[in-house]
Design a protein around this ligand. Structure first.
Ligand code: PLP
Ligand code: SF4
Length: 337
C-alpha cells in the first residue's frame, strides 16, 4: 500500500487554496484511494446537510487500497448515518440552552466558548456539532461585538476559548483583530484555540499565526484534535515546532471511535507520537450520542478495557483524561474505569 502522492504539490499552496480544492464527493475520495470498486462504493451516502469535505493533505495521509483506513472512516459519509437509533439525538450536549448570546456558549466557570467561525475544514462523520444551528450563530462583526461585550461584563471569565466550527478558518488578520479585542478585556488572561484545521491542512499554521499567538499578552494554548497517530504527518510536526518553541502550549483531544482508534496499542502510539511532536494529550472523549454517529460508538466495557491498558502502559503525563459531557453538568465528567 502506498500513500497518495499529493503532499509535494500542496506545500507550495496557501491554506485557502488547499481548502478550496478539498474533496467534496465520496466517489472522488474513493477514486483517489483506488477504492472505487470496493464494497465502500455501494455504501456511500450520509446526511445531505453534512456533505463529504476533506482536504487533500489529509487524504495524502491515508493508505491506498485500504477499506479500513482509520482516517478514511472518519470522513467518508455512509448510508449507515441515516439510520435512526434510539438514544442518539441532535443536541446531546444540551448546548443550545447554554448558547447565551449568538456565538457564545458559557457552560463552565471561568471559561467561555466563542463560536468564532461557522464551518470546518473537514466534516468528521462522528461530530457532535453536525446538527448545531450555525446559521443562527453567524459570526459577523456585530456578533463578535456582542460576544465581546458579554465577556467584558463578566469578571469571572479568565479564559476565552475560540471554537466553532473551527476558528482557524478565520484568516490571520481577522484572528489578530479578534485576539487583540479579547486581550483588551482586563480580566481575560488566557486564550485557547480548539482546532482540527492544522491536522487536515498543516499549512494553516502560518508564521503570522505563530507570531501572533506568541506575541499576545494572553497566554495562548492550541488544542488540536487528532484521533490516530497516522494523522500526525511531517508537515504538521514541522509547523508545530516553532509554535512550541515560542511558548504556545500545545494540547490534544481525541474521541474514542469504533474502527478508528479502538485499539490499545494505537492509543498508546497516539500519545507517544503527540508528545514527540511537542503536544500533550489532554482529553479522550467518549463519543457523544449524536444522531448519525451510532456506528462509531463503543460498549462501555470496551472503553474501560482500552483505558486501563493505557494506564498500565503510559507514563501519567501521556495519559489523557477520559471524559464525557453530560448536559447540565458544570464540568466535563471524568469517567472512572
Ligand atoms: C469542553 C468545554 C470547555 C472547556 O472545558 P475544559 O475542561 O476547560 O477544557 C468550555 N466550554 C464548553 C462549552 C465546553 O464544552
Ligand atoms: S473539525 Fe471538529 S467541529 Fe469540525 S466536524 Fe470535525 S470534529 Fe466536528
Amino acid at each position: 500500500m502506498q500513500a497518495v502522492p499529493l503532499t509535494r504539490i500542496d506545500e507550495e499552496k496557501n491554506w485557502q487554496t488547499i481548502l478550496a480544492e478539498a474533496v467534496r464527493d465520496g466517489h472522488e475520495l474513493l477514486r483517489l484511494l483506488q477504492l472505487e470498486h470496493s464494497e465502500l462504493a455501494g455504501q456511500l451516502g450520509g446526511d445531505g446537510d453534512f456533505p463529504v469535505l476533506v482536504p487533500r493533505p489529509f487524504v495524502a495521509l491515508m493508505q491506498q487500497g485500504d477499506v479500513r483506513d482509520p482516517l478514511l472512516r472518519q470522513v467518508l459519509g455512509q448510508q449507515e448515518e441515516n439510520r435512526q437509533v434510539p438514544g442518539y439525538v441532535t443536541d446531546p450536549l444540551g448546548e443550545q440552552p447554554a448558547n447565551v448570546r449568538p456565538g457564545v456558549v458559557h457552560k463552565y466557570h471561568g471559561r467561555v466558548l466563542l463560536i468564532a467561525a461557522g464551518g470546518c475544514a473537514v466534516n468528521c462523520r462522528y461530530c457532535f456539532r453536525r446538527h448545531f444551528p450555525y446559521a443562527d450563530n453567524r459570526v459577523g462583526r456585530k456578533q463578535w461585538q456582542e460576544a465581546l461585550e458579554y465577556v467584558a461584563a463578566d469578571a469571572s471569565i479568565s479564559e476565552v476559548i475560540l471554537s466553532g466550527g473551527d476558528p482557524l478558518l478565520l484568516d490571520d488578520a481577522a484572528l489578530a483583530r479578534l485576539c487583540g479585542q479579547i486581550a483588551d478585556i482586563g480580566h481575560v488572561r488566557r486564550l485557547r484555540i480548539h482546532t482540527r484545521v492544522p491536522v487536515v491542512i498543516p499549512q494553516r499554521l502560518t508564521p503570522a499565526l505563530t507570531g501572533m499567538l506568541a506575541d499576545s499578552c494572553l497566554q495562548a494554548t492550541v488544542v488540536l484534535h487528532v484521533n490516530h497517530p497516522a494523522e500526525i504527518g511531517h508537515e504538521l510536526v514541522r509547523r508545530l515546532e516553532p509554535m512550541r518553541r515560542q511558548g504556545v502550549t500545545l494540547l490534544n483531544q481525541s474521541v474514542l471511535l469504533q474502527g478508528v482508534n479502538d485499539d490499545p496499542e494505537v492509543l498508546c502510539q497516539l500519545s507517544e507520537a503527540l508528545f514527540a511532536a511537542g503536544v500533550l494529550p489532554y482529553y479522550l472523549h467518549r463519543l457523544d450520542r449524536v444522531q448519525g454517529a451510532h456506528h462509531f460508538a463503543l460498549p462501555d466495557e470496551r472503553v474501560g478495557e482500552l483505558y486501563r491498558y493505557m494506564k498500565e502502559h503510559l507514563p501519567g503525563y501521556l495519559l489523557p483524561r477520559l471524559v464525557c459531557e453530560e448536559a447540565g453538568q458544570p464540568h466535563k465528567t471524568l469517567l472512572m474505569v
